[in-house]
Design a binder for this molecule. Structure first.
Ligand SMILES: Cc1cc2nc3c(=O)[nH]c(=O)nc-3n(C[C@H](O)[C@H](O)[C@H](O)COP(=O)(O)O)c2cc1C
Length: 383
């Protein structure tokens, strides 16, 4: 088992976020950090998780806490994983590779996004086929089938299909920074890069980040506007039940729907024979007027928890947040920004540091509550 140790100078994800601000260009930090519209949903996600209270237990006999959690036939070392994040290499060169390697060593799942800056094959190799793959639904059938074949051949056995991006989120910071589609590189962005020389030099060394998984389908030498159009054309349209059915028929591994935030979509996923749900609102990046994920997660678990695996993300930052979500009914959790803050702050060491930190924090909460296993946390929820 991987040794758990973290750098004592950064004992919280807030510390990592503070350092990340100073390490990467403003447009990259804002892309990572922001929500949509007025950040109402983003803020609500964490707030409602933190309103959850746990009841400690001190005098009963307790022989130690074990975070190991079984999911889809695999026993993971902890009940959390790395959520799929697009364009990771923009925030720190090699970020997906760094996180995949650390997740593999710590025996937790890493989910590779279709639109990040590493390829299915490279991450498959790093994780020896243990990573999960998140599919953005490509409109072109040949591209779609080819991506699924590549994922299977590279050893991926859990496919996550994303349903909460029928349109790109309306994100004022990204629009201001020219990170919307089509992207543009403004003088302002160049000045921001010059202010972050380590980021700039590393980016020069490792090369401009690219959509590596999509590279075989992209015409060569696209300028930024053409790239925007390619992405728009490739990923247009919403993911309907009709579009999921053939994927269910084809994919022989576990199939998970991510982005579910209400009972109706959960019911749809069950009727299609899916294996799991990630209750998620994309970290508050899609529907500012929407609920936090904690509330729909609790209702979905209550109604459908015996029919499908219910996981969640959005708003968790630290170990106690993971404990709060598990106590509230989630079987497994994912975090997006926390790991990216870690890598943006600490580079190569950021993955290992953040995973270790979350493990230590979660273990501490379990000991306070006298929980032998993560499922015991449910008995410590203050209603
Ligand atoms: C910068 C950024 C990019 C993201 N890109 C993707 C993506 O490509 N695919 C996807 O399924 N989710 C994407 N997400 C959503 C995450 O998978 C996850 O749902 C979210 O980050 C969870 O919220 P948290 O950041 O509060 O932990 C992205 C999130 C962020 C912050």
């Amino acid at each position: 088992m991987k040794e758990i140790k973290f750098d004592g100078r950064y004992p919280s994800v807030d510390d990592l976020r503070d350092r990340a601000i100073k390490k990467i260009p403003k447009f990259a930090f804002e892309y990572l950090d922001g929500g949509c519209n007025n950040d109402v949903n983003l803020i609500k996600n964490t707030k409602e998780i933190r309103d959850v209270e746990l009841i400690p237990s001190y005098l009963d006999q307790h022989l130690g806490s074990d975070m190991k959690t079984e999911l889809f036939g695999h026993i993971y070392d902890a009940p959390f994983g790395v959520a799929p994040v697009g364009l990771q290499g923009l925030m720190w060169p090699n970020a997906p590779e760094i996180l995949a390697q650390s997740a593999f060593e710590h025996n937790i799942p890493f989910i590779l996004s279709t639109v990040t800056t590493s390829s299915i094959e490279k991450i498959g190799e790093i994780t020896q086929g243990k990573a999960w793959f998140q599919l953005y639904y490509p409109a072109d059938e040949q591209v779609r089938l080819d991506i699924l074949d590549r994922a299977w051949a590279a050893g991926y056995r859990v496919l996550v299909i994303l349903c909460d991006v029928p349109t790109f989120g309306f994100r004022p910071r990204d629009i201001r920074n020219g990170l919307a589609m089509p992207p543009k590189m403004s003088l302002n962005n160049i000045i921001q890069i010059l202010k972050r020389p380590e980021w700039a030099l590393r980016t020069l060394k490792y090369g401009q980040p690219n959509f590596e998984t999509l590279r075989p389908y992209m015409p060569k030498n696209l300028d930024l506007a053409q790239l925007g159009k390619f992405m728009d054309d490739t990923f247009s349209g919403r993911l309907t039940q009709e579009r999921i059915k053939p994927i269910r028929d084809k994919w022989k591994g576990k199939l998970v729907l991510k982005g579910v935030a209400n009972e109706r979509d959960a019911e749809g996923a069950i009727s299609l024979g899916l294996d799991g749900l990630i209750v998620s609102n994309h970290g508050g990046r899609q529907l500012d007027a929407g609920e936090s994920t904690l509330m729909p997660m609790k209702r979905i678990v209550q109604q459908y928890g015996d029919q499908i695996k219910v996981m969640m993300d959005s708003g968790l930052r630290e170990g106690p947040d993971i404990a709060r979500c598990l106590a509230s009914g989630a079987e497994f959790t994912f975090l997006g920004r926390s790991f990216m803050y870690g890598v943006a702050a600490l580079g190569e060491k950021g993955g290992d540091h953040t995973i270790s930190l979350l493990k230590v924090q979660l273990q501490q909460v379990m000991e306070q509550c006298g929980c032998a296993t993560t499922t015991d946390l449910k008995n410590h929820l203050k209603e």
